[in-house]
Ligand binder design. Sequence first.
Ligand code: ADP
Ligand code: MG
Length: 218
Amino acid sequence: MITDSIMDSQTITTWLASAAESIRAQSDYLTQLDGAIGDGDHGINMRRGFDAVEQALAGQNDSAPPGRLLIVAGKTLVATVGGASGPLWGSALRRAGRTLGDADSLDGKQLAVALDAALEGIVELGAAAPGEKTMVDALAPAARAMHEALDCGRSLEDATKAAAEAARAGAEATIPMQARKGRASYLGERSIGHQDPGATSTAIVIAALSGAVSSSQG
Ligand code: ADP
Ligand code: MG
């Protein structure tokens, strides 16, 4: 059992395997959301990508550090996902991985900084601002909530729970937004009234992170 408030390579592997499992379970839902305002492939894209990530990480050496695993995961997403979400998530995970370097564990603050880096990677590639109905609307509040919780002295476990709740609320808050980026933006005002698929899958991935942290601390 690892010590309190620290994540290691096992936590990362558990996180991404559990993200893959949740995405498999909700793949039809994500595809339905994308059917309403996009081209109806988001569940398929994320499922293909995260299944490949799960496999790629299962084949990694036990001594591979967390940062290295995230870089492998990011590269795998870029290589396996055709839609916009592949390069965006790919860039996010590679950036997060690079900030961690070769350290064999990370604490809450380092995880919060890695989430910031993931967000920066997405914004650099996709140029979406908050409020434009994209995955940024789930990830930005998650990163912010993580920092705020840690700054208040809460544990890694509590902080990731706060991040997951913020991502969930952020995804829900995309419903009244008009899409300004990606395929959904072609619909103009008709994109209003639907939850963004990418923000929804982001909330699923952050919920899996919170679950993996909780199980590693238990
Ligand atoms: P595609 O749009 O190529 O079919 P997906 O369906 O897999 O790709 O992913 C769609 C999701 O990607 C959207 O719901 C949105 O959250 C996200 N997305 C699209 N463009 C951008 C962007 N420029 N910045 C951030 N996220 C974006
Ligand atoms: Mg799509």
